[in-house]
Every structure is written in C-alpha cells, then in structure tokens.
Design a protein around this ligand. Structure first.
Ligand code: GTP
Length: 353
C-alpha cells in the first residue's frame, strides 16, 4: 500500500465517558494499561500509515507530553491544535497544510479491525473522492445511517433515524478516505461536521462518494459501558491490538509487570493483566478478564472478577468486586461488595451496559 497519511480526530473531553474522564482527554484513558490512542497508532502502523496528524482542542499538552514526536511508538506525529472545537470536518480543514493526495481520517474513539488496504483498493477502483467505512448495527437509531445504491455509491445520509424508519442498518463507522481536493468544500474558520456538512455538500456537488461496508469488529468507545467492553473484548481476543499478544488460558494468560508481589495462596484465573508494583495479598481470588494498573493493592481475601482497575487502586480485605471499572486512586473498603459499578475516588455509580 502506498504510504498514506492519517488524521485522527482526537476531539474534546469526551463527556460521555463521565465520570471516568473528569481530568484527562478520552484518547488517553487506559485500555489494557496503555493510552487508548496508542492502540490506534499501532493499528495504523500495521497498514504502513506512520505519518499521523492529531487534530485536538482539549488538554493538548497532556497528549503532547506523553507522545512527543511519536518516535517511541514508531510513528511520526504532527499536532494540529484548534483554539475552539472546529467540528469533525473543520478540524481536518484546519490541518489542510499537512494533507495532500489521498489520506485517512479516523475518529479517535473507534476500535476496529477494518482492513485499510482493502478499503483503499475499493476507493481507487471506484475512483471515489470520498469513501466512508460502513459497519452494520442492530439498532441504528443512535448513529448516522448511510444509504448506498447497488454499486455502493452513497445516496443519502440520515442522522439518528427512529428504528422503525431506518431504511438500512449500515452506519458511518468513523473512518474515511478523502482526496485532498475535497477540502475546498469545507468552509474555513468555522465549525463544520462531516455528516451534516461535508458529505451532503459533496453529494450536492455531484462528487463520487462511496460507502465501504465491512462486517468486522467495530466499537465506538463513547460511554463507560463501551469502554468496559473494549477492554474485555481485547482480553478475550474478540478483537486484537498489535500491542497485545493474545491471552491464553494457561499460565501465559497471566501477565505481570515488574515488582509485582503475589502471595502464594492467591488463586489467579486468566486472562489477567497486571502492571508494575502491584500487591496481591493472601487468599486473593482474581478471575479474568481482569486488568490492573500500576501500584494497586488487593488486600487479603479480596475477590475480583471481570474488572478494570486503573492505577493506585486499593481493594480492601475480604471485599468482592465484579463487573466494575475502578478509576485511579479509588479505595474500596474492607468487606464491601461492589457489582456492576464505576468506582471513582469521589463516588460509585452503576455501570450501564
Ligand atoms: P465526543 O463528544 O468526543 O464523545 O464525540 P462523539 O463520539 O459524540 O462523536 P462526534 O461525531 O461528535 O465525533 C467523532 C470524533 O471526532 C470523536 O473522536 C470526537 O472526539 C472528534 N471530534 C468531534 N468534534 C471535534 C472537533 O471539533 N475537533 C476535533 N479535533 N475533533 C472532534
């Protein structure tokens, strides 16, 4: 595949991930103990896409100071800041100076195994000016639906149709290939979106816009339930990240970082991933999938199942935690039972899935 660039729409604070993202951009929430977007870099790199532009407007320094020029991840990063959110298409226009020829656009909160090489062949074969990856969902009413003809040419976009009125279940999967000439249709210095602005404008102008349907894995990490699912799906190898070797059901399915102390009486059932500095006390039961961040402490007799723990979490003695996300520095006192919850240092709320 020729070396194309990609622009990732990193966007705003991701309010829909609340209460997990009060103090950090959504793109750096930990997914299997790595910032979410690092998995996206590795995914793009698999297809030879190493020149990546990040379009951002919220806490850019958090991302910049972590990734720098991207060399640690084997990619080259260019940061394109917006003073005010410019909208999805406006953010791409804002990066026009860095874009030429054909390029990929990706929403920053998507996990997918879409084959970019095949999508690009389709784009070329159709002589498209814009190609939109499409994924099939049971209920399209919360998404942007894309109607195509039998040749896959886009006919119409319908935003969030009521289920009964949806004419198709193929939705915009948040990954596009665009030709840079198409940027002229995006008005400069103004908030402008793809679904409501650029794509309808391209259709109006008679430009060839195609939909590329695929049936693989797709998940929009847009709420805590989806965030929980992506961690579990990766642990269970329902989807793969190039950064994480698949977990097995033997002892190789238990992975620990440096300086982890595990009491010999602890019972650990894979898949379990534990970052460095953790302490697992006497008689602790860990039943995977479980992800544990840095320097967590699971006191004697604690039971943890199907859970995602961020850094510096304490699970008190004889507590039981199941189907939960626990954010950094949260403490669960001794002898508590917490099931189906998001636990932060400030509060505990139900985890809706
Ligand atoms: P969030 O509000 O971040 O949860 O976005 P969303 O998942 O509801 O979807 P939307 O269609 O608004 O955005 C798609 C992607 O583009 C997400 O990754 C957003 O974070 C990102 N995005 C949305 N608006 C902007 C923007 O004004 N500038 C940039 N750079 N990215 C944006």
């Amino acid at each position: 595949m020729p070396k194309l660039k990609a622009i990732i729409l990193v966007g705003g604070p991701g309010m829909r991930l609340r209460p997990l993202t009060e103090d950090r951009p959504k793109s750096v929430v930990p997914v299997l103990n790595l910032p979410a977007i690092e998995h996206t870099f590795a995914y793009l790199k698999q297809y030879g896409v190493e020149d990546i532009i990040l379009a951002l407007n919220y806490l850019p320094d958090v991302i910049k100071s972590y990734f720098g020029d991207g060399s640690r991840c084997g990619v080259h990063l260019t940061y394109c800041l917006e003073k005010e959110p410019m909208g999805t298409a406006g953010a791409v226009k804002n990066a026009a100076a860095y874009l030429d020829g054909s390029f990929f656009v990706m929403n920053g909160d998507i996990f997918t195994d879409l084959n970019l090489t095949e999508m690009l062949s389709f784009h070329r074969e159709k002589k498209a000016m814009a190609t939109i990856a499409l994924t099939w969902v049971d209920n399209p009413s919360a998404f942007g639906v894309v109607e195509t003809d039998s040749n896959r040419k886009v006919k119409r976009f319908i935003e969030k149709p009521p289920l009964a009125e949806a004419t198709t279940h193929w939705i915009n999967a948040g990954t596009y290939i665009l030709e840079s000439e198409m940027l002229k249709y995006i008005p400069p210095n103004q908030h402008y979106m793809f679904e409501k602005g650029l794509f309808p404008a391209l259709l109006e102008a008679g430009e060839p816009v195609y939909g590329y349907p695929y049936r693989g894995f797709w998940l929009d990490m847009g709420n805590p339930g989806a965030y929980y699912s992506i961690n579990i799906d990766l642990m269970m190898s329902k989807v793969k990240s190039p950064l994480i070797a698949p977990f097995t059901s033997d002892e190789k399915g238990i992975r620990c970082g440096a300086d982890v102390k595990i009491h010999p009486s602890a019972v650990i059932t894979p898949p379990v991933l534990m970052d460095r500095g953790c302490f697992i006390g006497k008689g602790v039961h860990l039943t995977g999938p479980v992800v544990i961040g840095r320097d967590c402490r699971l006191e004697d007799g604690a039971v943890v199942e199907n859970a995602i723990l961020w850094d510096n979490v304490i699970i008190g003695a004889d507590s039981r935690l199941a189907n939960c996300i626990v954010s950094s520095r949260a403490v669960i006192k001794a002898k508590q039972e917490v099931v189906n919850c998001i636990v932060t240092p400030a509060n505990t709320v139900p985890l809706l899935r």
